[in-house]
Ligand binder design. Structure first.
Ligand SMILES: C[S@@+](CC[C@H](N)C(=O)[O-])C[C@H]1O[C@@H](n2cnc3c(N)ncnc32)[C@H](O)[C@@H]1O
Length: 280
């Protein structure tokens, strides 16, 4: 299936090789070519500018902070994603907002050598870390990385058998547009799987969860300050969740974007939600 030339994880398979220089140089050069379709404001911020620079700042510590902030439960959510995503072996999968390639690596092992994964992200810093991880894991031939925008995916219609995404949809400037783009690039009948933080329905859980988000998380931020990790970006996390719709509303908007068989599964009492669907 055709994929436009781009900065690639493997530099082969018909995809243009990375430009000369360090991975950082290569990625930053491409940054200037990413469109500005993410423009839009939410919570008073221009996400097109704010979000990529936020993730650039935290890229080096992103994986470690995820493990610390979730006390390792993050790995269990990833395992649940693999079990429930419905993406078959051999599929060609797009990982939207691939970040440091955590999900891309999981997907590559899930679809096996007959499948392929393309990870797209608009943070050059996250892609630099992702590329290093692919090299360390010996997976450069199985995952391509591309600088790109979830709201304006640079792929022809029906390019993939499936699209997946984890912890991204809270951050996009236009959720409906992100869904429509996924539907456009996945062939009819193909799979969509989206994992995201959510709003626990039970007040018994919702209360402590919000307390953790609003109170404990800033304490972790202070610890991070002492460890000279970037702190301020983590203030975005509770804000982004508060502005994100309930699971039922997410499902409704996925269907409105052209998905069918939309279902969702709450994980960890609804702290996290995995939405799955097919493209009509
Ligand atoms: C919380 S991280 C999740 C990374 C990865 N999916 C994971 O499982 O760890 C969110 C990622 O989404 C990316 N992102 C957010 N909005 C985006 C957009 N409009 N286009 C491309 N990437 C985007 C950010 O740059 C960041 O790398």
């Amino acid at each position: 299936m055709p994929v436009p030339p781009a900065w690639s994880g493997n530099g082969g398979g018909g995809v243009a090789p990375p430009p000369a220089g360090t991975p950082e140089d290569a990625v930053r050069r491409e940054a200037s070519s990413v469109g500005a379709s993410t423009s839009g404001t939410a919570a008073g911020l221009d996400k097109a500018v704010f979000i990529p620079s936020l993730f650039d700042r935290i890229a080096r510590h992103y994986d470690l902070m995820n493990i610390v902030m979730t006390a390792g439960v993050w790995r269990l959510w990833q395992r649940a994603f693999r079990r429930l995503c419905g993406i078959p072996a051999g599929a060609r999968v797009l990982d939207v907002g691939c970040g440091t390639a955590e999900l891309s690596l999981l997907l590559a092992s899930h679809v096996g050598p007959a499948g392929h994964v393309v990870g797209v992200d608009f943070s050059p810093g996250m892609l630099v870390v992702a590329r290093r991880k692919l090299m360390a894991a010996g997976m450069v031939g199985r995952v391509d990385l591309m600088l790109g925008d979830a709201l304006d995916l640079g792929f022809p219609d029906d390019s993939f058998d499936a699209a997946a995404s984890a912890w991204v949809m809270r951050n996009v400037a236009d959720l409906d547009r992100a869904f429509t783009e996924m539907v456009r690039v996945v062939r009819p009948g193909g799979r969509i799987a989206i994992m995201e933080l959510s709003h626990p329905p039970a007040s018994l859980i919702r209360g402590p969860f919000l307390f953790y988000f609003r109170t404990i998380l800033p304490l972790l931020g202070r610890w991070a300050a002492r460890a000279r990790l970037p702190v301020a970006p983590y203030a975005w996390l509770p804000r982004s969740l508060e502005a994100f719709p309930e699971a039922e509303e997410v499902a409704r908007r996925m269907a409105a974007a052209g998905m069918t068989d939309v279902a969702f599964r709450r994980l960890s009492a609804g702290i996290v939600c995995l939405h799955t669907a097919r493209v009509r």
